[in-house]
Design a protein around this ligand. Structure first.
Ligand code: FEO
Ligand code: CA
Ligand code: CA
Ligand code: CA
Length: 593
């Protein structure tokens, strides 16, 4: 149902009706076209996707699973040609592999993992770099693009910055502590001002198995990160994921990874200066003096909001001069005070409690155990920090706090106990300068259904029944400074709606008004959005569609919406449901919103 124009709103599109079904839905007057699906070719010579005959070799040449972060890097300054960079966060075996789910006596079982299956999963992780081009108003992949690339859980990477070579980073396969294979659980990410692709390693704990040797020095470190969680079978076939066999391997994950997409043979770099935790993403912008500021969320209940400020300045005239900016700078963690101010506390070895007395012998120790260092500094435990997007024009940044049902004590920055729907904090850096070390903050929105008083949602009264949302996760500030929020966790059972992409007014009389622009098929989570600089396209990522529904061979899975399922986006009996990146454009062309 179209929404009447809201006084002062930056948006005028007709709102989508919230709800749930097998398909995706975009605002009237717009097209939502499938651009890339799991299994699609990334190279001209890649094999066609054959879900019943998958292999590691094929998957290494095809688009990976569970697309999360999407970035667009224009080529030669063009509006209609660029590189799409996409994270493949994780794999859902029960949705990927035919016939592995069985039901006996009402109990669901997934068949024992095999090495071949694990290797396909590893190849379906990581990221994709692919050239895309707009032809007659529609985007399409360029399969012979010279810069096309797949990055996987086995791609050789370099360890850079202060933790490089440290004894805690060394393994049998890499006694130098400088080289690691692969990146995993890349949730959101970023694109730097110099056009590199940032992948954030988030829930790395699930990939590790086994037990540390008795009395091992990493015991506390791994406990703080939830390692091992044992969600994947990788450790049964690859010793490095078994901490009994390779106790230091988890220290080589949980970092920010930088990829120079202009050289497809470049070695991706793990930038240890930005700390080790469950990195949600790394959106960046320039400070007033040309240093570069990265906002970093640690997605765990009661964990922290961080930022990193480079020591060097961005040089717009010399791309090569920027390529190692991420190796030197200051990592800060936020303390949100009750009076509406905040302070960025520096995580610098030798300062305050970050000394040998507390087990930090060097900056490498501070970074490897970033969370413990932040604990000691007195940072404010938050309700699961996800994306944080800065707006360099205003010196503000928007912090998505997705939820925290375990919170028992409220504080000003986390004002609700049992916070099921999350909230958004707007911070204002002192002097409007993103490199400031303090500032003020306010709550932009407490999320959830405003018609249920106990929820305590604070959407404006102009927000319709379709316009509210819970569980903010990713977000974008478009080139007009407008905020878009995508969600993770709105379920038919709890909210009668799927996840989607909402447009949120942050300025003037309409501040706090939200409206639904796009929603995903049942079972999916919304990732992205990535608006192109000219605002004529929004790329969005539909992640794990059909999860919790029926697998594609018709076997059931424990589910909160058992009676619903989807074969999006192909709707073919011989095709599984597939995660996909979608390009949204306005019919007839023009600016989105
Ligand atoms: Fe992978 Fe924090 O969401
Ligand atoms: Ca996700
Ligand atoms: Ca996320
Ligand atoms: Ca999330």
């Amino acid at each position: 149902r179209a929404q009447d124009a809201v006084e002062g709103s930056a948006f005028s599109f007709p709102e989508v009706e919230a709800g749930v079904d097998a398909d995706h839905h975009v605002a009237q007057g717009y097209d939502a076209d499938i651009l890339l699906r799991w299994g699609d070719k990334v190279f001209a010579d890649a094999p066609d996707f054959d879900p019943k005959n998958q292999s590691e070799a094929a998957q290494e040449r095809q688009f990976g699973y569970n697309n999360d972060f999407v970035g667009f890097i224009p080529l030669d300054g063009a509006d209609d040609r660029g590189l799409l960079v996409v994270n493949h966060e994780y794999t859902n075996e029960h949705l990927m592999f035919p016939g592995i789910v069985t039901v006996e006596d009402g109990k669901i079982a997934v068949a024992e993992a095999t090495e071949a299956r694990v290797d396909i999963e590893m190849a379906a992780h990581g990221g994709t770099v692919i050239e895309i081009r707009k032809v007659d108003g529609k985007w399409q992949p360029v399969l012979d693009g010279a810069l096309n690339r797949r990055i996987t859980a086995k791609t050789p990477m370099e360890i850079c910055g202060p933790a490089t070579g440290h004894a805690r980073m060394q393994t049998a396969a890499d006694p130098t502590g400088t080289r690691v294979l692969g990146t995993i659980n890349n949730c959101a990410g970023g694109v730097t001002p110099w056009g590199t692709y940032i992948m954030a390693e988030e829930n790395i704990h699930g990939y590790f198995t086994g037990a540390l040797p008795e009395g091992h020095r990493e015991a506390e470190n791994y406990k703080r990160m939830g390692i091992p969680e044992d969600s994947y079978a990788w450790g049964r076939f690859h010793d490095r994921f078994d901490i009994g066999k390779e106790p230091n391997e988890p220290n080589r994950f949980g970092w920010i990874v930088e990829v120079d997409v202009m050289d497809p043979t470049s070695t991706p770099r793990k930038r240890t200066a930005l700390g080790r935790f469950k990195h949600e993403g790394a959106a960046s912008a320039l400070a007033k003096d040309g240093r570069v500021v990265f906002y970093l969320g640690d997605d765990e209940r009661f964990d922290y909001v961080y930022k990193f400020v480079t020591a060097g300045r961005y040089n717009p005239d010399d791309r090569a001069a920027n390529l190692d900016l991420l190796d030197e700078g200051t990592l800060y963690v936020a303390r949100f005070d009750e009076d509406g101010s905040f302070v960025w506390l520096p995580l610098v070895h030798g300062q305050g409690p970050l000394t040998a007395e507390n087990g930090f012998e060097s900056q490498a120790d501070v970074l490897i155990e970033t969370r413990r260092a932040a604990d000691l500094l007195g940072a404010t435990p938050m309700d699961r920090p996800e994306d944080i997007e800065p707006n360099a024009e205003t010196g503000r940044a928007y912090v998505m706090l997705t939820n925290n049902t375990k919170r028992e004590e409220a504080n000003a920055a986390n004002p609700r106990v049992e916070n099921a729907f999350g909230h958004i904090i707007e911070i204002l850096e002192d002097g409007g300068d993103l490199a400031a070390t303090q500032g003020t903050w306010e709550i932009l929105l407490q999320c959830g259904d405003p018609s249920v008083a106990e929820v305590g949602a604070t959407f404006s009264t102009a927000t319709t029944a379709n316009g509210w949302f819970g569980m903010p996760d990713n977000c974008a500030i478009d080139s007009d400074g407008r905020l878009w929020v995508s969600t993770d966790g709105n379920s038919p059972k709890d909210t009668g709606r799927t996840d989607g992409l909402w447009a949120v007014d942050v300025e003037g009389a309409a501040r706090g008004t939200s409206r639904l622009f796009y929603r995903v098929p049942v079972g999916a989570e919304m990732c992205g959005p990535c608006p192109t600089p000219d605002l004529t396209t929004f790329f969005v990522a539909v992640q794990h569609p059909g999860d919790g529904g029926e697998d594609w061979e018709g076997h059931g899975r424990p589910s909160y919406y058992e009676d619903l399922s989807t074969r999006w986006p192909d709707f073919r009996d011989d095709m599984p449901v597939r995660p996909a990146v979608v390009a949204i454009t306005k019919q007839g062309g023009g600016r989105i919103g």
